[in-house]
Design a protein around this ligand. Sequence first.
Ligand SMILES: [Zn+2]
Length: 484
Amino acid sequence: MQEQLQQQINRLRKLGASYVDARWYPVEETSTLAILNGNLKDATSSRESGAGIRVLYKGAWGFSASSDLGNLTALCDKALDNARAAAERVTFPVRLAEKDAIHSSFTSPSRINPFEVPLSDKVNFLMGVDKALGQAGVSQRFSQLNFMHKQTLFIDSEGSQIEKTITEVFANLMVIGIDSQGQMQQRSFRLNRRGGTRGWESIDAAFFAENAERIVKELNQLLVAEDCPKEDRSVILLPGMMYLQTHETIGHALELDRILGYELAFAGGSFVTLDDFGKLRYGSPRLNVRADATLPNSPGSFGYDDDGIPCQNVVLIDKGILVGAITGRQMVEEANARAHRVIFSGSGGADRATAFYRVPIERMTNINIDPGQDGKLDDIVRNTEKGIILDTERSWSIGSNREQFHFGAEIGWIVENGQVCRVVKNATYKGDTIKFWNSLSAVGDESTWQLVFVANCGKGQPNQIMQLGHGIPVCRFDGVRIGE
Ligand SMILES: [Zn+2]
């Protein structure tokens, strides 16, 4: 297949294509297992293979993909025909940033392929978790495992050839109870980084048992808790909440295609403009943000993107000032041309496609906040006069340009004069993105930093679900409106 694809790429070049790439997926497997109240609710799996061909012709893209690789010539001709048709209507001819030809491979760190683990072991694990969750106060309990394993080969007309083998494991647990006012309360736990690998071995029974016990205890505290007050307070976000704040109001806002208006029809735009790079004060000087696809063991680390660019560690916000974006080869060229200055010196290596039959677009890698100098969680609490600690998203609503937000958290802990006083339920907070990030008044140290996995970020039209990570410390913001 590799040789045949190479021949097709050469043929398309002779027919006038200025660039061609092929992504061949010999195999992609996914599976989901879920248990609801002791019953197997979901046990689905899928397996697919195929190839996608992308052709650039006179400044326009053409794409075609199929799982039937019996007639590669027809498949490739279709991609070229699509590009020819698009070239007649192109408004901004596509240019691609320079890159090196790469012969390499990437394998995600995984010791045990989850697809080689017997189904009975997986179901037994979930049944054990379900049993641990089945305690007083819990009216519904849910536990889920998701697995993904894929092999891909990328070849392009510029001499690159990259093989990738990627394995992902995701897990989450949730308990639901009804409080004294008849309202539903919930507490959940999601697998985050465990050790240096992300295969089946990351499903550590003791770790899940410990967290199952904790979420049941916290649910029971919620069932008898008062409502979150409606007032202004300092908000201390634990990584389980802080990751979403970062995802929605930094990550999505800094996707370069979105900034250039390409996502408006579906996922929305961004309040950020090309003029903002190098000068917008996005947050307080404590804020340092990076798109780090080099981090070991995260779904946001994938070796090479789907343009064949090596993964990078790109600074997005430096001491509060906006300096970078989430970028791929095409958008950096267009942004520099539109801005009439060089904002981006090359691709940031963040173009990814969710499947062989989708084209790559800018996706978050690991959008991380650097640990700060404000100590451990206890230190931050001790230095907070009137605050609330929040964990785990329960609801979210974000302006289409990411300029405002309103988030609900599963649980809140009121802080008065440096002490944690009580749990509150129905906790929410809201704000304006720039004002909020500028109110960042404490960033926790390395001990508070956690890598949270995101299994289902959606973007693009047609929709593409992507996996990524957020390495996040505990952060405190001042003067935030809560409870409404
Ligand atoms: Zn997302």
